[in-house]
Design a protein around this ligand. Structure first.
Ligand SMILES: Cc1ncc(C[n+]2csc(CCOP(=O)(O)OP(=O)(O)O)c2C)c(N)n1
Ligand code: SF4
Ligand SMILES: [Mg+2]
Length: 306
């Protein structure tokens, strides 16, 4: 049996002290993910991180996308919203601006995020909205049965492209680092302890926290299975003198996706003002926009069309 480190023992002790909160994140919906799917680990790590950071389920909003990842929407306690494909970020951005008193989380797959809704990712990073975004990167369109996505390795045969994928794959965290984000991290669905640690840091970040999870999909992604990752994964925390506030270094470290795949918080600017801090028209206003919404009679407006 593997020996537990002090860190793991402390995490289990802290979780058991907060088990009532943890249990509020659990529910009894029937799980529809395949055996061995990385989504189980991702959701488990997020529930642990939320519990350990003291977030009660009634103080979070979780915006889900379409896809296998999105099918987690009824499997977690708390307020959830199931949006359109590629649009979970835009719903979450609106919610976190309207109500800064709740923690807003969004997630999406590699299909949704790097193709259908890539514009939303780009502008959410640029605006530095105060939210956590989790990219479930399983290197394929899982729900629609294994077509190639923008992250599928070149040349690999997939459903819909049996002779092999033609374009070069995208490297999501490298792409995001090119947008000058305030937080960028990467973890692996097979390492719940590491994901929990990364999510905890991301939940505490003031601006847009981008977290890419390299997610195994044993049903359709045979290009990068669990063993493939295990042979390549390394941790930035094991590097001597790694400084997570050097954007150039962060870009260099994530560039290689062939031999050394680094996990951890690769970049964070803790001092940057987020979108809300920069809003001049909200300076010195104590209420949230959501408190200022009033019933507005529209009868008079409708009369104009009579
Ligand atoms: C606008 C739009 N385009 C296409 C679809 C069909 N569709 C549903 S899920 C999906 C693939 C999802 O892949 P990904 O985002 O990677 O999520 P995964 O299933 O892999 O978790 C597609 C293409 C859709 N629902 N809406
Ligand atoms: S197809 Fe892949 S991503 Fe979807 S539930 Fe099955 S293992 Fe998970
Ligand atoms: Mg996918």
């Amino acid at each position: 049996m593997m020996k537990k480190t002090n860190e793991t023992e402390n995490m289990i002790k802290n979780l058991s002290e907060r088990k009532d909160t943890y249990l509020r994140y659990e529910n009894e919906e029937v799980i529809t993910w395949c055996n061995g799917c990385g989504n189980y680990g991702i959701q488990n790590a997020l529930k642990r991180a939320l519990t350990l950071e003291g977030f009660e389920p009634d103080k979070i909003l979780y915006c889900f996308d379409i896809g296998c990842n999105g099918n987690g929407s009824d499997k977690i306690g708390g307020y959830t919203f199931h949006g359109l494909h590629g649009r979970s970020i835009s719903a979450a951005a609106g919610a976190c601006i309207a109500n800064p008193n709740i923690k807003v989380i969004a997630s999406g797959g590699d299909g949704a995020t790097m193709s259908e809704g890539i514009n939303h990712l780009v502008h959410a990073v640029r605006n530095d909205y105060p939210m956590l975004f989790i990219l479930h990167n399983n290197h394929n369109y899982g729900l629609t049965t294994g077509q190639a996505s923008a992250t599928t390795p070149k040349g690999f045969p997939m459903n819909g492209s049996p002779d092999g994928v033609i374009p070069e794959p995208m490297n999501p965290i490298e792409f995001v680092l090119g947008l000058n984000p305030s937080f960028a991290a990467r973890s692996f669905s097979g390492d719940i302890k590491h994901m929990t640690g990364v999510f905890r840091k991301a939940l505490k970040h003031k601006g847009f926290a981008f977290v890419e999870i390299l997610q195994v999909c044993p049903t359709y992604n045979r290009a990068t299975p669990q063993s493939w990752y295990r042979e390549r994964i390394k941790y930035v925390d094991d590097l001597k003198n790694y400084n997570a506030n050097n954007l150039k270094k962060a870009r260099e470290i994530v560039e290689d996706f062939e031999k050394n795949i680094y996990l951890g918080v690769v970049y964070q600017d803790e001092k940057r003002e987020n979108f809300m801090d920069k809003l001049q028209n909200r300076k010195n206003i104590k209420t949230a926009s959501i408190d200022e919404v009033k019933n507005f009679p529209i009868e008079n407006l409708l009369k104009a069309f009579e």
